[in-house]
Design a protein around this ligand. Structure first.
Ligand code: FES
Ligand SMILES: [Fe+2]
Length: 363
């Protein structure tokens, strides 16, 4: 090789951290995590207050600092559907308008704080983030999970996991076939992706370190992002010889531009032959094993760098496709291009499909 032909060392490129947060619905916790005791949410680079109205039972989320003199509303009290600041007792309604000042004759016209759009569905509480401040996009509302409402499944077992990284890094995982072996000790027999509109799906069949199906047995996994941050996975397999069907929640919410929390959840189809305690024990065991497996990802995310020009090889999954899809949520609605949302499919490993494996297992 002559000096002219020598390949130059690869230069990793990375744009500065984006100024905005991706538009969409984010999970702040399960339903039980929001009560009539105000809870502080450190999200989107600021502090918000979440509480449940005493009268309407609904979840409300407001900006967390009182504009009177900066009191922390999460230290206050809920009265009716309002939250009362602990500093001088100004009361803020669920629409964000000040509705009472105990020592004033007139409420200042400017006394309004931001009331964030919220949604309670599938046992989870969501908040809508939009840099353009528009109302939630109706088609992007998370779909109802019939299993959560059926009574045949457990509730979510939740954990919050802090990670020093950005959302896009987590979303890469959807297309990153090659990390399952080294990071999760899983074998992948088939791997497909599909995008359309605000959804991105990963279909995988393989062997799995927790849900193994025994010699030659297979697990199936279908992971779906609805918007930039709400991801649920349905998995089948068996643990210690016991057939399992589970939904995982892997939903992240930014704390600031360089950190996010993963609101991680597991719900499991109850085995009617087992007692509630035995079902709970199985859920606990599975959740702990999953958290362990998840921390294998976390260790990677906490230490890796952001790379905008990843050096791909022919066996890799469609990282560029998932990033293109994700970019729609960083784009003003009026500027969204067809290639960010159009229907596309990609097969990284052609093998047995999820449907074929489920049919063979009689599911
Ligand atoms: S700072 Fe909130 S009432 Fe004064
Ligand atoms: Fe992973």
């Amino acid at each position: 090789m002559t000096a002219e032909q020598k390949v130059q060392p690869y230069q990793i490129k990375a744009e500065p951290v984006p100024e905005r947060f991706a538009r969409g619905w984010y999970v702040v916790g399960n339903s039980a995590s929001i009560t009539t005791k105000p809870r502080m949410l450190k999200v989107f680079g600021s502090k918000l207050v979440a509480y449940r109205g005493e009268d309407d039972g609904e979840v409300h989320i407001l900006d967390g600092y009182c504009p009177h003199m900066g009191g922390d509303l999460s230290g206050g009290e809920v009265k009716g559907n309002s939250v009362v600041c602990p500093f001088h007792l100004w009361s803020w309604g669920s629409d964000g308008a000040c509705d009472h000042i105990p020592y004033a004759k007139k409420i200042p016209a400017k006394a309004v704080i931001k009331s964030w759009p919220t949604l309670e569905k599938n046992g989870l509480v969501f908040i809508w983030q939009d840099p353009e401040n528009n109302a939630p996009i109706p088609e992007q509302e998370p779909e109802a999970n019939a299993d959560w409402y059926s009574g045949e499944w457990t509730d979510w077992e939740m954990r919050a996991i802090p990670i020093a990284s950005q959302g896009r890094e987590l979303v890469d995982n959807m297309a990153d076939m090659a990390h399952f072996g080294p990071v999760h000790y899983s074998t992948v027999k088939s791997f497909r992706n599909e995008m359309q509109g605000h959804k991105f799906i990963q279909y995988m069949v393989g062997g799995h370190q927790i849900l193994t199906e025994g010699e030659g047995g297979l697990i199936t996994s279908v992971a779906t992002y609805e918007g930039p941050a709400y991801m649920t996975t349905t998995m089948t397999g068996s643990m210690d010889g016991h057939p399992m069907r589970v939904h995982l929640l892997v939903s992240h919410i930014p704390v600031d531009k360089n950190n996010f929390i993963i609101n991680f959840g597991v719900m499991m189809k109850k085995d009617p032959k087992l007692s509630p305690e035995e079902n709970q024990a199985m859920l606990d065991e599975y959740t702990e094993k999953n958290i362990e497996s998840f921390h294998q990802d976390v260790a990677i995310w906490n230490n890796k760098c952001v790379i905008d020009n990843p050096l791909m090889c022919d066996g890799d999954g469609p990282i560029h496709m998932v990033r293109k899809w994700y970019s729609q949520f960083m784009t003003d609605v009026a500027e969204i291009r067809e290639d960010q949302i159009k229907h596309r499919q990609h097969v990284t490993i052609d093998g047995p499909t999820v449907e074929e494996v489920l049919a063979a297992q009689g599911q």
